[in-house]
Ligand binder design. Structure first.
Ligand SMILES: Nc1nc2c(c(=O)[nH]1)N[C@H]1C(S)=C(S)[C@@H](COP(=O)(O)O)O[C@H]1N2
Ligand SMILES: [Mo]
Length: 322
């Protein structure tokens, strides 16, 4: 049977909210004789919405954490979203996610570990120093963004619970509450939203637990109060609004794999050479570059993070392990 999934189309330019004006800080600084603005200055100059509490992070020292691509405008990053718990249209999360209650919020970290723990969100915010990292985000649908996230490596939390030798994988579960999330009443996915990683992927320093973006706390539509950012994988691997992190022995089944196994594999590493069964993955549209003359960008192996993560997959057949 052919499963009709809601991932089939390339967005039309008309579907994309006109983006806000990007404050070109490099140009502004050039006028002041400070042309050699560091990527840090550039990142910190990427304006947020100015309505949410500030959440600053120091420039990350993790290799590959600061791409030099121009960050997507805050307006685009917060109005063109995938968060099916609030509906399947790109504009639904921004329209409906205000009903999500992000306090109180606890995250249980459990399973194959010596010290299972329930973390209050306030404790997680203090668990490790906040870093700013500018990552590419490549959606499996064929578009991409560049987002200055604020958070720290997921490994910081996993280490705390002391995984046992049986902890081969990590499973992430998002909140699924009909009273707060209107999309959970639909059968579009088998709720709750579940994703998974191999433990060595989860422990990689680039695998990030995110609490903020653009120097402010996460807007609800982007996965408040905490989500993942896995820059070398298709966007759907980065679960939003996480309530449970479970260390397990067997490969978890993600919600998208359950919905259409031939289309969304466990690894889902960005790979221009492995087409999705219904469309090519060789190129992408960068949101904000949607003008009449905008060229598509070639998609990079592992989304451009091959130097950092390639060895995780040494010797694996990436067509088979899609
Ligand atoms: N819980 C949950 N997490 C999710 C999704 C979702 O529908 N539900 N969508 C995923 C997809 S397909 C993408 S591309 C990214 C989008 O993140 P963004 O809206 O912050 O750009 O979130 C991912 N995380
Ligand atoms: Mo996506």
């Amino acid at each position: 049977m052919l499963i009709k999934t809601p991932f089939p189309h390339e967005p039309l330019p008309s579907e994309i909210t006109p983006h806000g004006v990007y404050l070109n800080r490099r140009t502004a600084l050039a006028g002041l004789g400070l042309a050699a603005a560091s990527p840090l200055a550039l990142a910190q100059g990427t304006p947020g919405g100015g309505k949410l509490p500030k959440l600053p992070g120091t420039r990350s020292a993790v290799a590959g954490a600061m791409v030099l691509d121009k960050p997507t405008s805050y307006t685009d990053a917060t109005s063109y979203n995938n968060f099916y718990e609030f509906g399947t249209d790109k504009s639904d999360p921004a329209a409906y996610a205000h009903t999500l209650k992000t306090r109180p919020w606890t995250v249980s970290v459990e399973g194959e570990c010596a010290k299972p723990m329930r973390f209050d969100i306030e404790a997680l915010l203090k668990l490790a120093p906040m870093e700013e990292r500018i990552y590419r985000l490549r959606c499996v649908e064929g578009w991409s963004m560049v987002i200055p996230w604020v958070g720290y490596s997921l490994a910081e939390v996993i280490k705390k619970v002391e995984p046992t030798s049986k902890a081969k994988y990590v499973e992430f579960t998002s909140l699924a509450d009909k009273s707060q999330m209107p999309g959970v009443r639909s059968g579009v996915l088998d709720w709750p939203y579940v994703e998974g990683l191999r433990i060595d992927e989860a422990m990689h320093p680039l695998a990030m637990l995110v609490f903020g973006m653009y120097g402010e706390v996460l807007p609800n539509q982007n996965g408040a109060p905490l989500r993942l950012a896995l820059p070398w994988k298709y966007g759907f691997k980065s679960a939003k609004s996480i309530v449970k992190i479970r260390l397990v022995e067997k490969e978890p089944t993600s919600s998208w794999t359950k919905a259409a196994q031939q289309e969304y594999g466990f690894y889902s590493n960005v790979n221009p050479n492995v087409p999705h069964p219904r469309w090519s993955q060789a190129s992408e549209r960068r949101i904000g570059e949607d003008g009449l003359f905008a060229k598509k960008r070639p998609t990079l192996m592992f989304n451009g993070y091959e130097a950092q993560v390639g060895q995780l997959y040494a010797g694996m057949d990436l067509k088979k392990n899609y």
